[in-house]
Write a protein that binds this ligand. Structure first.
Ligand code: BES
Ligand code: ZN
Ligand code: ZN
Length: 465
């Protein structure tokens, strides 16, 4: 499907967004009233004879337009229209492009037959192409990077495991002129990433630490380090997940995939910001060689960890990757993305990314990025009482809390133990356990991966000075 900015459209169908109040002023008023169309958000009225598709919107804001465009594109794709047009202006181009690309997204890799939609072309009709071009191109880059992330997350664990994820990252580096360094198990041993290696030990695939770097042509205004949890499958390990909780755990690599999507977007936007993406790619499996509850692991930082639950494996991977990333790159910001805890969904619901860290100013900046990007975030507060719950009687720390409440925060506090003092205010942890994957459509998300983090972080990085 081709999306183009035009000043004069010749498309089969025109899509018109209407608020309740606008019905009365519409030239289609009588027909719309006959159809009992009340312009409720996301409701549609397709006037086939007139080649007009009406979609109701509550207000003319980004959220309304993005979901209404999602409904429109899905309706158009199931119709026989070959082309359609939308009116766009400076303040509506981004949500409309997002609705088209993200709401029209399909993942058909494993379907033997897919119906090809008749729809081939979308015209975005505007007064002046020049004034909209850069907003249009930017929205397309970020939305396509989000789909890139979705595709990898949706790919099954037989196809994406640590070694193939590393290969995929290498390809991305080649295509986008990124620097690429990959540590296999031999290199990881040399680097003393023994905690990360323990998690992957029962897998038939070698764990990989992936490092990609985007360095702008001009002097970088800021340096951003991104770290992603890349559990290509999380069976829970010997603390095995129940059957129903294990389904969907191919999505436990969503943090890694987000980080790859972000560096893809930033490199294509050609921003003057240096970005480093570090991914811990590991498969958490069972077997005679598996790491065990009761083991004590020595992390790269030297701190020891008592394993009390092998399903709390993400933090055991991230602690080594965070330590490595901080030693390698002196960054202005360090952000990690991880499908870290089911508890984050209990705390915030499944749509909202949990944000944790020490700097209130930095957390605050992300509320602007969330508003701008349309992603949802909520902050979860650290406190010293929860921190004490990670105490171990046998090692420096336990990998799980001794109490059942506040699990998203205690996981964040575990990671905090591996953030060096000089980096405390530069670091935020994003728990995307709920927001990264969905089994029911919402907003511009369809079944499967959402690409959470890509729009949010692209917006933040784009506004760095
Ligand atoms: N990958 C899971 C977290 C998760 C759960 C992500 C559901 C998405 C949906 C993580 O590795 C995990 O299993 N965490 C445990 C931690 C517990 C053992 C302390 C959890 O959330 O139950
Ligand atoms: Zn787990
Ligand atoms: Zn996990």
């Amino acid at each position: 499907m081709k999306i183009e900015l035009v000043t004069n459209t010749t498309s089969d169908v025109s899509v018109l967004f209407l608020t309740k109040d606008e019905i009365k002023k519409s030239k289609y008023k009588t027909t719309l009233e006959k159809a009992n169309f009340e312009a409720a958000q996301d409701s549609i009225c397709f006037l086939y004879e007139q080649d007009v598709l009406f979609v109701g919107i509550e207000e003319k804001n980004d959220d309304s337009l993005r979901t209404a465009t999602t409904v429109a594109i899905q309706t158009l794709k199931s119709s026989n229209a070959k082309s359609a047009s939308f009116n766009v202006a400076k303040n509506s181009i981004k949500p409309i492009v997002e609705g088209l690309i993200l709401g029209g997204y399909e993942f058909n890799k494993y379907k033997s037959e897919t119906k090809k939609p008749a729809l081939k072309r979308i015209d975005l009709e505007c007064r002046n192409i020049k004034t909209l071009m850069s907003d249009f191109e930017e929205a397309v880059i970020v939305a396509e990077a989000t789909c890139f992330t979705r595709d990898i997350v949706n790919t099954i664990p037989e196809d994406i495991h640590p070694e193939t994820l590393a290969k995929l990252a290498k390809n991305l580096a080649k295509e986008n002129a990124l620097e690429c360094d990959i540590l296999d198990e031999k290199a990881l041993k040399k680097e003393k990433c023994l905690s990360m290696l323990a998690v992957g030990r029962a897998s038939r695939h070698e764990s990989q630490l992936i490092h990609l770097a985007y360095k702008p042509k001009k002097k970088a205004k800021k340096v951003v380090t991104l770290v992603g949890k890349g559990l290509t499958y999380d069976s829970g390990g010997l603390s095995l997940k129940p059957a129903t909780s294990m389904v969907t755990m191919k999505m436990d690599k969503a943090g890694a995939c987000a980080v790859l999507g972000i560096i893809k977007a930033i490199s294509e936007l050609k921003l003057d910001i240096e970005v480093h993406a570090f991914v811990g790619a590991v498969e958490n499996m069972i077997g005679g060689d598996a790491y065990k509850p009761d083991d004590v692991l020595t992390t790269r930082s030297g701190q020891t960890v008592e394993v009390r639950n092998t399903d709390a494996e993400g933090r055991l991977v991230l602690c080594d990757v965070l330590d490595y990333a901080q030693e390698k790159i002196k960054a202005d910001y360090i952000f990690d993305f991880a499908t870290l805890t089911g508890a984050c969904m209990v705390a915030l619901g499944q749509y909202t990314t949990g944000v944790m860290g020490h700097s209130n100013a930095l957390k605050h900046a992300f509320f602007d990025a969330a508003n701008d990007s349309g992603e949802l975030i909520g902050t979860l507060p650290f406190n010293r009482h929860l921190k004490k719950l990670l105490k171990s009687d046998i090692a420096d720390t336990s990998n799980v809390s001794s109490k059942p409440y506040g699990g998203a925060i205690t996981a964040g506090l575990f990671l905090d133990k591996f953030i060096k003092d000089e980096n405390k205010d530069k670091w935020l942890h994003f728990d995307i356990a709920g927001s990264a994957y969905t089994e029911a459509p919402w907003d511009c998300n369809v079944y499967g991966a959402t690409g959470a983090g890509v729009r949010l972080m692209s917006s933040f990085i784009k506004n760095l000075k």
